[in-house]
Design a protein around this ligand. Structure first.
Ligand SMILES: Cc1cc2nc3c(=O)[nH]c(=O)nc-3n(C[C@H](O)[C@H](O)[C@H](O)COP(=O)(O)OP(=O)(O)OC[C@H]3O[C@@H](n4cnc5c(N)ncnc54)[C@H](O)[C@@H]3O)c2cc1C
Length: 399
């Protein structure tokens, strides 16, 4: 329970977006409080893959919470042709541990972190400040960072406008994370630190199989509308069966109970600043439409939100700079080129087969595929580089 009640910034939600916002806001000298409805460590269904560009943005505890550095990426085509990459720029985390570590970084930077404390309502006071009524505390704050995750959350939709998500703008994901002895994974040639992507393992989507240090994380994801006929859980179960039948997964390994979870898969929000309320992370649709990667965008968005508030406090700079900054940093690339790449790649199994096949015949195209998976550089650059390289790749493939 906090005895103080007036804050510069109140952050709603303690995932990567909220903890990063609180970490940076506190570092910038803003009096900050964060509310998380679950007690830490809290489970969060997630693959937990990180691209290396996130590392410079993280605090010490979050870096310590990295589970492993990925040693090999395997990209499978729908017919199980495999493209392998070594020395890949990626890591894996377990979200329970990672999000807790990020909350500790925020706390170490000076933010108050209140877990097990759901925000119930938010009112704007006549002074213009906001009153935040949470389960065990009521505080006021000049700014709110809304980082409450998936945008169907009622707190985000009302009163801070967020359009309803249609099924074709939603990804449905199903996954499990199971503790495992590293040794038995060597027997199936999927040792720890191998990350595999299976294009087309579900209709118009992909499945993943990440072998972390001591855990296997298996999941599927695709547009909710396209998974409706098959059923998302059925698609996941079929994928697990395929892994076992192909000898990729120990036959007698009993996986943890799977969990289904929706993910925003639309373009990012058109508006992210409402008065002194800023939307960040999944709440703002900061998710790659190609891979479903959201942790990097959540963390970067949190940093940009905190910086915009600090500038507003210091010299009255417009808060709307936040919107332009994230758009410039990653929003434009996600919305235009990410969307285009998704449409091109996932349209049919034949296209996914072709993408892997092109990578198998041309090392430069393969490099682009790897950079796409790890978001090494923006989708705009990947799109144009792939387009320019395509004639050479096609010649190499045909001859
Ligand atoms: C199955 C699956 C696999 C994924 N795999 C990857 C991956 O491998 N790599 C990657 O980069 N991304 C991945 N993502 C995406 C990534 O998980 C999200 O983009 C990321 O978690 C977004 O962070 P966030 O902080 O915006 O939201 P969240 O992580 O959802 O955090 C929001 C927090 O707000 C809290 N909250 C909600 N309402 C309230 C309230 N009223 N009061 C207080 N607290 C509240 C919630 O409890 C939650 O802890 C995956 C997503 C799914 C569903």
């Amino acid at each position: 329970m906090t005895s103080e009640t007036n804050y510069d910034v109140a952050v709603v939600g303690g995932g990567p977006a909220g903890t990063s916002s609180a970490f940076y806001a506190a570092k910038l000298g803003l009096k900050t409080i964060l509310f998380e409805k679950h007690p830490y460590p809290r489970p969060k269904p997630c693959g937990g893959a990180l691209s290396s560009r996130i590392i410079p943005l993280l605090g010490k505890e979050a870096v310590k919470a990295i589970n492993c550095e990925i040693e090999e990426l395997r990209v499978f085509s729908p017919s199980f042709k495999c493209l392998s990459f070594y020395n890949v720029p990626g890591y894996t985390v377990r979200r329970e541990e990672f999000d807790l570590a990020m909350a500790k970084d925020a706390q170490n930077a000076g933010a108050i972190v209140m877990d097990k404390c759901r925000v119930k309502t938010i009112h704007q006071l006549p002074s213009g400040d906001y009153e935040i009524i949470a389960e065990t505390a009521t505080v006021t704050a000049k700014y709110i960072i809304m980082a409450a995750g998936f945008p169907k959350n009622a707190l985000i939709r009302s009163p801070f406008t967020r359009e309803e998500f249609e099924d074709d703008y939603l990804a449905m994901t199903v996954l499990s994370e199971t503790p495992v002895d590293n040794k038995i994974m060597v027997d199936v040639n999927f040792p720890a630190k191998v990350m595999a992507i299976f294009f087309g393992a579900v209709p118009n989507g992909y499945a993943w199989y990440f072998v972390k240090d001591g855990y296997v994380n298996i999941g599927i994801g695709a547009t909710a509308l396209l998974l409706k006929d098959v059923g998302a859980v059925n698609a996941y179960k079929q994928f697990v069966l395929n892994l076992k039948q192909k000898g990729f997964l120990p036959k007698d390994l009993e996986l943890a109970k799977e969990r289904a979870f929706p993910l925003p898969f639309k373009r990012t929000v058109e508006k992210s600043v409402f008065g002194n309320v800023l939307l960040v992370g999944d709440s703002a649709g900061f998710v790659s439409p190609v891979t479903g990667e959201g942790i990097y965008y959540a963390v970067k968005g949190g940093q940009l939100a905190a910086q915009a508030i600090a500038e507003n406090v210091k010299n009255g700079a417009l808060l709307s700079s936040y919107h332009y900054n994230w758009k410039k940093e990653f929003g434009y690339g996600l919305d235009k080129y990410g969307y285009l790449l998704r449409e091109i790649l996932y349209k049919s199994k034949r296209r996914m087969e072709l993408a892997v096949s092109l990578g198998m015949h041309d090392a430069q195209m393969a490099e682009l595929l790897k950079n796409l998976v790890f978001g090494v550089y923006g989708y705009q650059k990947i799109f144009w580089k792939a387009l320019l390289r395509l004639p050479v790749t096609l010649i190499k493939t045909i001859f």
